[in-house]
Ligand binder design. Structure first.
Ligand SMILES: *Cc1c(COP(=O)(O)O)cnc(C)c1O
Length: 348
């Protein structure tokens, strides 16, 4: 596959803005910086942040085993996804494929970028991609296929066989959104980046790593693809405070794994507790930190929970999710509060 042929002509021709911090690449110790019109008085944030976030990437590279050159960071994965649209999808001409029920941002970003979104529903019984139907829905203008695995809001991972067929059969970029991969029993596709030149993987520090507040999304892809995204990304897209906090928490080696372990234990407990609620009729298998469950009347139950101070996600309007609520796995205390209130509601 020739990635160059997928890039929008305007992007190919673009000359990127070169920031002061991009142009000076020498050793930054003991230098006098009079190049960026900053205030010289040190308060910890008076300097522009590193536009290439070298220290954060070095840590991620070590944790994930991927070379720094194959990592790009964004202001949340939502920014990364937006960069992919802007680099590869010609407005009013190209299209992308998404597989409902899934993460809502793919459609929002498609609309924002004036790019047609072709929806091919997941199978209704087990929420798996229908490979042949997906490939039949594509044409020469299909630039990106979004695979969210583990999928939000259903919680399941896509079968490796289906993903493999799509990676081989689709003639554009396959973006695997692995926001929930650290909760999953399935392996990440990161180890197979070399094999598939059209593979783009997004991850985030917002979920398992506990840093939704700093907005740090991660894109792993070939150097060729990242070169394009780097050309168009805003120069200082990840701010200094976010970079510092990410470094601090990523350096705390066992923090995430300890928390993930207890979230997974809580998930098991929450699943068995939910099964005791009379109006819960189905609990879907989860490979993530949330549980999708079918109830008798999702909107009624959602409102009853809100009245009692517990906010969950009502997914009833999504394809295949009629009367479904999505429960994020919280702390032991939070989950007990949820179950206590569900029991009270069921007895009222
Ligand atoms: C939460 C979530 C993200 C994370 O987005 P950020 O912008 O990095 O916070 C990405 N994809 C999916 C499917 C999600 O559910």
């Amino acid at each position: 596959m020739n990635i160059q042929n997928l890039i929008r002509p305007v992007i190919k021709a673009l000359k990127p803005y070169s920031s002061a911090r991009d142009e000076f690449q020498g050793n930054s110790d003991a230098m006098v910086f009079l190049d960026a019109n900053e205030n010289p008085y040190n308060n910890g944030v008076n300097r522009y942040p590193d536009p290439q976030q070298k220290n954060v990437k070095a840590l991620l590279s070590k944790i994930k085993g991927i070379p720094v050159k194959q990592i790009l960071l964004g202001n949340g994965s939502d920014e990364v996804l937006d960069l992919i649209f802007r680099a590869f999808c010609e407005p009013n001409q190209d299209n992308v494929i998404s597989l409902p029920p899934t993460y809502g941002m793919y459609e929002v970003l498609a609309n924002l970028n004036a790019v047609e979104i072709r929806k091919v529903n997941l199978s209704e019984d087990d929420f798996q991609p229908k490979v042949d139907t997906i490939l039949a829905a594509t044409d020469a203008h299909s630039k990106v296929l979004f695979l969210c695995s583990p999928n939000n809001p259903t919680g399941n991972s896509f079968s490796n066989g289906s993903v493999l067929k799509l990676l081989k059969g689709f003639k554009g970029l396959v973006v695997i959104d692995e926001a929930y991969i650290d909760f999953s029993t399935e392996k990440s596709w990161l180890t197979r980046l070399e094999e598939f030149p059209n593979l783009v993987i997004t991850q985030t520090l917002s979920k398992a790593y506990g840093m939704a507040g700093i907005r740090l999304g991660i894109c792993y892809a070939s150097e060729e693809i990242l070169k394009v995204l780097n050309t168009i990304k805003p120069p200082y897209n990840v701010n200094e405070l976010s970079q510092k906090k990410a470094i601090e928490l990523l350096n705390d080696k066992d923090l995430a794994s300890v928390q993930i372990k207890s979230i997974l234990e809580e998930r098991t407990r929450l699943i068995s507790d939910l099964a005791t609620i009379s109006f819960v009729s189905k609990i879907y298998p989860s490979d993530a930190n949330f549980i999708l469950a079918k109830v008798d009347d999702a909107t009624k139950r959602y409102n009853q929970l809100v009245e009692r101070g517990v906010v969950v996600r009502n997914r009833t309007t999504q394809f295949g999710c009629e009367n479904c609520l999505r429960f994020t796995v919280g702390t032991k205390e939070e989950n007990e509060e949820l179950i206590k209130n569900l029991l009270l509601i069921s007895k009222s």
